[in-house]
Design a protein. Structure first.
Length: 435
């Protein structure tokens, strides 16, 4: 019991220590949303759904999924306990407080991987779902590579609802056509294109970093493109040195890219950077494909004409995985509603309702490509054939390391001191051992 309490307190301290962005996707960075009621989830007829989904696309998708649940299980009332702000960091801090107080929501959003999900498992706060997977036939419906990210010591702890790609370069097709450019597949080509754009008064790369996680995501993609998926995985698994020449080179490339961005990036949320591309104020933006939901649901743009996409430079053949998953908290008094909700959330029908609205796609092997637009179909094809890797700040590694990287990133974007940043990340890996 003492070990569990220490683990939970440690996670609570990490999440509450900083508002710099234990990153999340699909959330609205501005204030808004219902916010957490903090009410103990002790009613057998109600279910609290805890998330950071308060943006237009994500909230519409969640509402549609919840409507399907109440249609199938009308005896339960859904309470949407979404917490806005900080691209998910606010929600994670509130969740940590509730879990420590023994007041968990019915179920909650977390990312697949060895990050927060594993931390909650280590703390003894999650119930295994092996019997539910067997009952629903999900071991055959989802790829083993994804289920491995949810499984610890042979026990599976969460159900995935979506699949997102983090290594996407979004671009304005009109601008690219005007200056006879093609989406850059290498960093050398990126800087060639950037120089052309800058010479014509166009901001080459829109950047937002109000939550601080956005720059970390960009750096993570640059790192992946520089060292390749094998070494990248080794870094995240603690089997390679963060002082390596590849990490230094990637950070040098990243700081060079900052010279081609808008100067007000510290004041912008990720949607505002996407807006710059949509409006033609900037030519490119690197962001996860939750940006697709913003382009299509919020801005009503058509894939291929309103916006274009390509893998981030030098990452073709690799799919950077971000998957939102939900599990069963251990200390719920009433668990039936949560289990029934997970059945809907993990079903083919539930995911076909949810994902097109959110701009993501279903990770199920039987997902119908015809349910999705051109971008999501292309992402589905990549997901099924390319090498899968996790993403720093999006569930890949423990929250302590992620938080330390975000803090170091806040300094790097200001002073561009590569050696200082690399040493800070290497020290963070020693202080927060990676699996």
């Amino acid at each position: 019991m003492q070990i569990k309490r220490k683990a939970t307190l440690s996670l609570l301290a990490v999440m509450a220590a900083s508002t710099l962005g234990l990153a999340g996707c699909g959330s609205q960075s501005a204030s808004g949303g219902s916010g957490s009621t903090g009410t103990v989830n002790n009613s057998p007829t109600q279910l609290q759904i805890f998330s950071w989904w308060t943006g237009v696309a994500s909230s519409k998708a969640l509402a549609a999924l919840n409507a399907q649940f109440t249609k199938e299980y009308p005896q339960f009332k859904v309470i949407n306990d979404a917490v806005a702000g900080g691209a998910g960091s606010n929600a994670k801090a509130v969740l940590a407080s509730r879990m420590e107080a023994g007041n968990p929501p019915g179920t909650f959003q977390v990312h697949a991987g060895h990050g927060q999900l594993y931390s909650w498992v280590q703390a003894g706060d999650m119930t295994p779902l092996n019997s539910l997977y067997q009952q629903q036939g999900w071991y055959h419906d989802y790829p083993k590579s994804l289920l491995n990210l949810l499984t610890f010591n042979g026990k599976i702890y969460a159900v995935p609802v979506d699949m997102q790609r983090a290594n996407v370069l979004w671009y304005n097709p009109t601008i690219f056509k005007k200056y006879n450019l093609t989406p850059p597949s290498t960093f050398a080509q990126f800087f060639q294109d950037a120089n052309v754009l800058k010479a014509h008064g166009v901001t080459p790369l829109a950047l937002a970093n109000h939550g601080n996680w956005e720059a970390t995501l960009l750096w993570s993609d640059v790192l992946l493109g520089t060292v390749g998926p094998k070494e990248y995985d080794a870094l995240l698994n603690g089997k390679a040195s963060w002082n390596s020449p590849g990490v230094v080179q990637a950070t040098q490339t990243f700081t060079k890219m900052l010279n081609y961005t808008n100067t007000d990036y510290t004041a912008l949320h990720w949607q505002q950077a996407d807006q710059m591309v949509a409006d033609g104020q900037a030519a490119m933006n690197i962001m996860g494909d939750w940006a697709q939901g913003y382009f299509t649901t919020d801005l009503h743009l058509t894939p291929g004409t309103g916006f274009g996409w390509a893998p981030t430079p030098q990452t073709k053949g690799t799919f950077a995985v971000v998957s939102d998953v939900f599990g069963l908290p251990s200390h719920l008094k009433h668990k039936t509603a949560t289990l029934d909700y997970l059945k809907v959330l993990g079903s083919a029908k539930g995911q076909a309702i949810f994902n097109p609205l959110k701009g993501t796609f279903s990770p199920r092997l039987d997902a119908n490509p015809n349910d999705y637009d051109a971008y999501s179909r292309s992402a589905m094809q990549s997901y099924k054939k390319d090498t899968l890797v996790l993403v720093i700040g999006q569930g890949a590694v423990n929250p302590g390391f992620t938080n330390a990287v975000n803090n170091a990133m806040d300094i790097l974007v200001s002073n561009h001191n590569v050696n200082q940043f690399v040493q800070a990340v290497a020290s963070a890996a020693q202080a927060n051992p990676l699996p």
